[in-house]
Design a protein around this ligand. Sequence first.
Ligand code: COA
Length: 158
Amino acid sequence: MKIRRMRLDDIDAVAALEERSFEQPWSREMFYRDFTGNSRSRFYVAELHGRIVGYLGVWVQEYDIHITTIAVEEDYRRQGIATRLIRRLIGDQAGDGKDVTLEVRVSNRSAQALYEKLDFEITGRRRDYYSNNQEDALVMTYSAHSLEDSNRGRTRGT
Ligand code: COA
């Protein structure tokens, strides 16, 4: 399996996977507009035998990198694919000094478990964030300092 930057011709597969994965999915049009018209957006895909089995979208903002969407095909979950996508993102922005942030439904325990395992912490709560059921969102943040600290630790250890 390889993790790579998304290309325009991946959008149909990504939008279809989004549709299968979320209650309020982004449409293909939204992916297209974000990919082609938003200079701050960046997408990664996980490709296995020529098939897209996961993806991650972010906005590179002034003070943080915000995860807009992430999903893995159901049959391929619990194999570390989302972990690899997020690690790739964090690795790519090493040195930029920006935190990584996201919102997650309070009911989405599996996604929260993923982020906790990757050292994200709960840093806020947005009331009634999701319009389909007025569910709250937890804001979770990966501190760029975690990376600096782990790099420092590594340097000291060598
Ligand atoms: N239950 C409990 N813990 C879970 C979990 C689940 N269903 N899924 C992931 N985790 C935790 C575990 O600690 C796991 O490590 P382990 O398998 O060694 O126990 C760790 O996260 C890493 O999981 P990983 O295999 O990298 O995640 P994944 O590739 O299965 O993808 C999601 C995780 C959340 C992206 C996937 O379940 C998904 O696409 N869900 C639907 C879309 C979604 O909710 N996206 C998040 C929006 S905020």
